[in-house]
Ligand binder design. Structure first.
Ligand code: ITT
Length: 185
């Protein structure tokens, strides 16, 4: 199948390229103005993004994702991309590490809600999470966003290959689930 992937995040696009073997996809045109993500949940926001990009002949896939840290009451959560009004991933990571100073409970998870809407309005939703822990310092050069802080099985997701991260990640599981639903529809 061919899809329009409605994301402005280059890190996500790199992952979609490896998560959808056998499928083709287009990306948003340059200059695309994304909608305001004013939903209360990951699913709400994924739906907002998918609906905003609908209008062509392709089914649209959008996803909303984020890091939820137990000791921070679930923050950054749905505000992961704009946490603390920081400009860069490095600043956001530094902020989370400062907020985690002295905390012994390092439990955290990544969550992803993926939504596909077809041109005739049919909607498919698949959510998944990946459990892990917040490190004490950033490690690894791979991935994007909070990956250098998120440890699972002794390595951060920034220290994994893309294939290793896809196997366990919130996005990998959510997109595989979504594709299965579409294949069975
Ligand atoms: P789009 O809305 O255009 O897709 P975005 O980056 O604004 O791009 P989100 O609103 O879904 O996307 O925010 C997701 C943020 O959560 C992302 O910017 C990262 O900071 C973080 N995040 C999500 N998945 C991640 C992953 O696999 N590894 C590291 N950080 C991740």
């Amino acid at each position: 199948m061919k899809f329009l992937i409605a994301t402005t995040n280059p890190g996500k696009i790199r992952e979609f390229e490896t998560l959808m073997p056998g499928h083709e996809f287009e990306v948003l045109p340059s200059g695309y103005i994304p909608p305001e993500e004013d939903g209360k949940t990951f699913i709400d926001n994924a739906r907002i993004k998918a609906r905003a990009a609908l209008g062509g002949v392709l089914p649209v896939i959008a996803e909303d994702s984020g890091l939820c840290v137990e000791a921070l009451g679930g923050a950054p959560g749905i505000f992961s991309a704009r946490y603390g009004d920081c400009e860069t991933d490095g600043e956001r990571n530094a902020l989370v590490l400062r907020q985690m100073e002295g905390k012994t409970n390092r439990a955290a998870f990544f969550e992803c809600a993926a939504v596909c809407i077809t041109p005739n309005g049919q909607e498919f939703v698949s959510s998944a999470r990946c459990d892990g822990a917040i490190t004490h310092e950033p490690r690894g050069d791979g991935g994007f966003g909070y990956d250098p802080l998120f440890e699972r099985g002794g390595r951060t997701t920034a220290e994994m290959t893309q294939a290793e991260k896809n196997e366990i990640s919130h996005r990998g599981k959510a997109i595989r689930g979504l594709l299965k639903m579409l294949e069975e529809a």
